[in-house]
Design a protein around this ligand. Structure first.
Ligand code: IMP
Length: 195
């Protein structure tokens, strides 16, 4: 079965292809001739994942899935959430986003937060949603050099290291995206087209 992953991030594509059974051939938007940017205009993670998956299915007639991720901070009423990539404004800049987050929180004691990934799958005319959550807290300053985005200021629950101090393998095992993708893969492995 051919399945499009509506992302232009080559690392995400490679990671997911390695986890999928051989019967599923993962395609990128470019592989099917889709070169346009799909605007993420929804106000929820689910909504943005749906926009991306629906764009491919409706315009190119392929089974497709898409993901969207946000960092939801309790003391900021779930911000930056769906606006995580551009929290400090355009163009997206991870350093500025982290500085804005640290100054918004200031001395706040309750620093609980979680990353959440939503995946929308369009398969044979039906739509399925999966999510993955990684709970943790926002540190008072940056720690570590690895990873991307908010990794240096996020410490997952049960660890005394930030995401930016963990290897990508260790992070993928517990991360929001890793958990959501695992749910998607478990579903695809047992999926029977005529159900
Ligand atoms: P995307 O939906 O995967 O593009 O994620 C949206 C934004 O959330 C990114 O631009 C990052 O700012 C942030 N983000 C997503 N996943 C992670 C992560 O694993 N670590 C740190 N930041 C992340």
């Amino acid at each position: 079965m051919k399945l499009v992953f509506a992302t232009n991030n080559q690392n995400k594509l490679k990671e997911v292809q390695e986890m999928l059974p051989e019967s599923i051939e993962l395609l990128s938007p470019k592989d099917i001739g889709c070169f346009e940017d799909i605007e993420e205009t929804a106000t929820t993670l689910e909504g943005n994942a749906q926009i991306k998956a629906n764009h491919i299915t409706n315009n190119y007639n392929f089974n497709c899935f898409a993901d969207d991720t946000g960092l939801e901070v309790d003391a900021l009423n779930g911000e930056p959430g769906v606006y995580s990539a551009r929290y400090a404004g355009e163009p997206a800049n991870a350093e500025n986003n982290m500085q804005k987050l640290l100054s918004s929180l200031g001395e706040t004691v309750d620093r609980k937060a979680h990353f959440r990934t939503s995946i929308c799958l369009n398969l044979d005319g039906k739509q399925f949603l999966f999510d993955g959550i990684c709970k943790g807290e926002i540190l008072t300053e940056k720690k570590g050099e690895k990873g991307f985005g908010y990794d240096p200021v996020f410490q997952p629950e049960g660890y005394n290291k930030s995401f930016a101090e963990m290897s990508s393998e260790a992070k993928n095992e517990i991360s929001h995206r890793g958990l959501a993708i695992q749910k998607l893969i478990d579903f695809l492995k047992t999926y029977q087209p005529n159900n």
